[in-house]
Write a protein that binds this ligand. Sequence first.
Ligand SMILES: [Zn+2]
Length: 300
Amino acid sequence: MDIEKIKKSIQLRDRCVRVLSKNGHFRVSCVKNTKTAQTAQLNHSLDDVSAVILAKSLSGASLAASFLKGEERVVLDFDGTGPIKKVYAEALQIGEVRGFVDFKDSTSEITDFNTPLGEGVLRVSRILYNRAEPITGIVELHKGDIATDLAFYYNQSEQVPTAVILDSIVDDNGLILESGGLILQALPGHKDIEILEIFSVLSNLPRLTELLSDGLNPQQILKKILPFEFDLINSTQVDFFCRCSKDSFTSRILTLGLNNIIEMQNANQNELVCHYCNKHYYFDDNDFASIKEQLIAKNN
Ligand SMILES: [Zn+2]
């Protein structure tokens, strides 16, 4: 691979960039997560509507997490009454993001791209270093399109003037083609007129996926669209990544107790699936033998 190609591939990598306006009145994050959204669609075998709604949720989670530190994380949990009954996305500030979609029943047709969640609630939890318990806020779903609901959450529950743009598109085969998002928040000290100005700029933007298709990265997009000078605060690579492992599932099996484990083995229940990333873990007779040994050793 030549240098130009390497530069190009670094340039196109999934990334979340956070900036602060020079006057300190606005913080803005922009994420490109095309590969992340493609991985999510592939892992969970999702159709176009579900892939887009999950992509937008993953974008929203990465953007929300961009305001945190290190391994602090955000969970966006949408519960609906439509054909899609849950969309879950969880992101760490350092760039890992994972999530899934649950369906009401596999036969119900999803026809509405805009509101497949129907009515319901959005739960936003932040898991922070200095707090023993997650900080959770709940709002009713306003539109069920993820972006409006997330903005409504910040405006309503956290009283922070916020704009959210999430844009993910699929190709003719229903596969994610481009995906990205942007969040802007007004900070203490801002003037109302500044908010009106910036919201008007944001509502007249070209689609984010168009800018991404043009080959712009998040920092270049912010440079192009924001009407103010800013300082780059953070730039983080984003990946679909789940911390599940065979060990973590083994620990969970160990909590079931010997009888249940024997039953499990006899019933050939040797496959466990991670709900967050859809990775399959298989347990053979050797694994079961070692699990039983561990359990017996622990009980003695
Ligand atoms: Zn997993």
